[in-house]
Ligand binder design. Structure first.
Ligand code: ZN
Length: 595
């Protein structure tokens, strides 16, 4: 459960929206290419022969070598990039440098593809590429194989998987690339993806713009329309929105809607990704996501050596968190935190800092007994007894920020520090499974702090009473946190643990007509930070799972394996051909400079 925000943030910064509207999402440039403007520093073009090129400006103070490292992860590409850019010797911040697709790091390849083909979808089993013929000629299977698998020769397997005769494609054709062929970056995205494409038609009536969705057999208005298409998950929001949509659609009884019935959803209620491609909020959302995708964790730490893991069990003390049919959120997430800590200490070399500790030690995890969360305190100096849950949350992020400062004072890096907050949600009963919140950049504040009274008595607050964030801090946090969230979703999927059916990773909470990032993430300075809602206590199946010891142990294992994967896996198991080329991805190497 996430506590309601006292600091609502407007949905779209007006100045930013104006800027985005001034730049069309797709247009031809002087070379006759099609160009997508991801940000003011980053463009992606596709030209004759379906050659994809990324054009970027350096960041302030970024030299040529650092620039090349950032985009290609391979210093050996310098010569070729120079020759393709008329021998540019010095980077100037007003000159765009072009980098061909095949030289790009996997991460930038994914940005290029997602910018050019925003309608592509993926669903946990593969990637569906919609042929767009952006250069006037449909892209060939060879090209598609090259883009998504790194090797054009894989066209054969793609052709077989799709039952195709020809190497040519047609505009609008869907080409499926099986999961096992995908480059790891596309595979990660597919494994974390929500689900298949939802067919919507758009129209306008006297009440404004709407999307039409035809209900399929076995689908209900609550889950198939409201939860999936509008992003609402809290019972009161889902019920209210379902009633509004039913009225708009002429439905008198939501329990007896015929199959194929056309449900009308106002476009303003749709989550950005379901809006028409020219919708300004959708364009802004996609650009924001692509901008953040530039930031990935480049640190490799075999068995988490040198990694500091800040582990936060939600609630505790007098704060039970969600309480449904006698099942207290705080009790089971505290037990879960104990399990995560035990596994990390047993199987990895990470150092673990718990934000909250009960006065009794964690058990051995083998009995049904769970530690008593009622004596839990936030481990500030001195500890805080959790009399006030809101102060409890503030002390947790102050503590996390203090841990990060200590890591940096010892010469460690923010890139080797991770924050995970564990919760269980109380949502509409139709919703179930894991949801992971990440800090959406547009919901962060540039500075924040508490002072006086209670706060003045804690060392962690006195050390640094105000926290400040730049735009770059925000997009880096969103990017690396999404990558961590993808690893967690992927680990849950591999362990067959339930996931939220439609959108397991969220950059903000939507509730009561407002949107925000939970405070524990909003003011936290550790870049890779997530709030994990392991399940929904209002769903009876999820509730049964949470009280079961074996489920909690599996969840703890999934979280630990996600962390190991985030830092490159166990001893090179996940190191790919491309990564091997890059000396900086050797175990325990320092992190590359992020953009
Ligand atoms: Zn909670």
């Amino acid at each position: 459960m996430v506590r309601s925000s006292r600091f609502p943030v407007p949905r779209i910064p007006v100045a930013l929206l104006g800027l985005l509207l001034a730049v069309p999402p797709l247009r031809g440039d002087f070379r006759g290419d099609k160009t997508v403007f991801v940000s003011r520093e980053l463009h992606v073009s596709i030209g004759e022969g379906d050659e994809i090129t990324l054009s970027a400006r350096p960041l302030p103070g970024e030299g040529l070598d650092a620039f090349i490292k950032r985009f290609t992860e391979d210093p050996g590409t310098k010569k070729e990039i120079l020759s393709q850019n008329e021998g540019v010797k010095l980077l100037r911040n007003d000159v765009f440098v072009r980098v061909p697709y095949r030289l790009l790091s996997e991460n930038y390849r994914r940005i290029a593809i997602e910018a050019l083909f925003p309608q592509d979808t993926s669903d946990g089993k593969g990637w569906n590429h919609g042929v767009r013929a952006l250069t006037g000629k449909p892209e060939s299977l060879w090209r598609i194989a090259e883009w998504f698998t790194g090797d054009g020769a894989n066209y054969r397997e793609i052709r077989a998987a799709n039952g195709l005769q020809s190497l040519q494609t047609d505009r609008g054709q869907q080409v499926r690339i099986p999961l096992k062929l995908l480059l790891p970056t596309f595979r990660d995205a597919a494994e974390a993806a929500a689900g298949p494409l939802v067919p919507l038609e758009f129209g306008r009536d006297e009440k404004g713009r709407y999307a039409l969705y035809r209900l399929q057999r076995g689908e209900a208005l609550y889950s198939a329309v409201v939860v999936r298409l509008t992003g609402r998950v809290h019972a009161e929001d889902v019920n209210a929105k379902a009633a509004e949509i039913a009225e708009r659609s002429g439905i008198s009884d939501v329990r007896t809607i015929p199959v194929g019935y056309a449900v009308k959803i106002p476009v303003d209620d749709l989550s950005p990704e379901f809006r028409p491609p020219d919708d300004p909020e959708r364009i802004e959302e996609e650009k924001g996501r692509l901008e953040a995708t530039q930031f990935v964790n480049r640190v490799r730490a075999v068995n988490l050596a040198g990694v500091t893991f800040v582990l936060d069990a939600g609630h505790g003390g007098r704060d039970t968190g969600a309480l449904v049919e006698g099942v207290e959120e705080a009790r089971y997430v505290y037990d879960l935190a104990c399990r995560v800590e035990r596994l990390l200490k047993k199987h990895t070399r990470a150092s673990v800092v718990a934000t909250v500790r009960s006065r009794a030690p964690c058990g051995d995890g083998r009995s049904e007994m769970v530690s008593d969360y009622r004596t839990a305190r936030v481990m500030t100096t001195p500890p805080y007894d959790l009399d006030d849950p809101v102060a409890g949350v503030n002390f947790r992020w102050y503590l996390a920020n203090s841990v990060l400062r200590q890591v940096e004072d010892r010469g460690g890096s923010e890139d080797r520090t991770v924050f995970v907050s564990l919760h269980a949600d109380s949502l509409h009963p139709a919703v179930r499974g894991l949801m992971v919140y990440i800090p959406g950049e547009k919901y962060l504040k540039s500075s924040f702090g508490k002072s006086g009274g209670l706060y003045a008595t804690r060392r962690e607050v006195r050390e640094a009473p105000r926290v400040r964030f730049s735009h770059r801090d925000g997009i880096k946090a969103e990017g690396v946190s999404r990558q961590l969230a993808e690893k967690i979703v992927s680990a849950f999927r591999s362990a067959s643990l339930p996931l939220h059916a439609f959108q397991p990773i969220r950059r903000n909470v939507i509730r009561g007509g407002r949107q925000w990032v939970p405070a524990i993430l909003r003011y936290n300075r550790i870049p890779a930070r997530v709030l994990v809602e392991v399940c929904n206590l209002n769903n009876p199946d999820d509730r049964r799972l949470l009280v079961s010891r074996s489920y909690r142990e599996k969840v703890a294992q999934a979280i630990v394996s996600a962390l190991v994967e985030f830092y490159g896996g166990e001893g090179g198991r996940t190191v790919t051909a491309e990564k091997r080329r890059d000396p900086s991805s050797a175990p325990d190497s320092p992190s590359a400079e992020n953009p």
